[in-house]
Design a protein. Structure first.
Length: 236
């Protein structure tokens, strides 16, 4: 079958569009949309991680405030015990006061240890929050870039767009070419495929060296056929 090389490109577009249209009815996701989806998911994950890091800091700050409030109460109790001891003369009372003073001081020491640990932990948690906020800023920047790329990308053709384009191509090509294409497509569901120099884009078989040489050597206006599946080959 003979066809002008520029029209061969149109015929290949018709075959490719028709296979896509009939196989799924849905255009594949564009690279820009895929990147935007990836950036959106990454941003959502990082927002969740940042919120978790912030909650951890908030919880530890509340714990520190609780410990400090308990510390203040214990110090007040110690001061009160000492004041009472200065005025108490009854041995039994003094014994109880000394016992409570000892117990309160022990509890205060334990509390101060807890407070030191809490301060160490809040330091690590705040570092983690700083890192999470930086990663969030990076994720937001990546999302903005992906959104901008998606907005700037050409619109993905709809099913109606593909149908309109196929009709345009059919009208622009000779009737005998369309008839030959339709006949071959009825046989193998491909009709026309690209030849990349080694294999057929219809059956994806790497052809023998002799067949490759014959296809490459065909005239520019000739549409050779794949020896395996019969598809007309457009050399790309």
């Amino acid at each position: 079958m003979k066809l002008d090389p520029q029209q061969q490109v149109l015929l290949l577009e018709l075959a490719t569009t028709q296979r896509l249209h009939e196989s799924s009815g849905k255009a594949p996701e564009s690279p820009e949309q895929a990147e935007l989806t990836k950036a959106t998911n990454a941003l959502a994950r990082q927002r969740s991680a940042t919120h978790a890091a912030q909650r951890a800091v908030d919880d530890m700050e509340r714990e520190i405030l609780r410990i400090q409030a308990d510390e203040a109460r214990l110090r007040s109790r110690i001061a009160d015990n000492k004041k009472q001891l200065m005025a108490a003369t009854d041995p039994s009372t003094r014994k109880d006061l000394n016992k409570d003073l000892y117990t309160t001081k022990s509890r205060l020491n334990d509390l101060l240890s807890e407070l030191a640990e809490a301060h160490n932990e809040i330091h690590a948690l705040r570092n983690n929050l700083d890192l999470a906020n930086q990663r969030l800023a990076d994720a937001e920047q990546a999302f903005d870039a992906a959104q901008a790329a998606k907005d700037a990308a050409p619109a993905v053709p709809t099913a109606a767009d593909r149908e309109h384009r196929m009709a345009e191509i059919r009208q622009s090509l000779p009737a005998d070419i369309i008839a030959a294409y339709d006949a071959q497509r009825n046989e193998n569901s491909v009709g026309v495929a690209a030849f990349n120099g080694r294999s057929c884009g219809g059956c994806f078989i790497i052809l023998p060296a002799g067949d490759i040489a014959a296809i490459r050597g065909a005239a520019a206006d000739e549409l050779p056929q794949c020896p395996d599946c019969g598809s007309y080959l457009v050399r790309t």
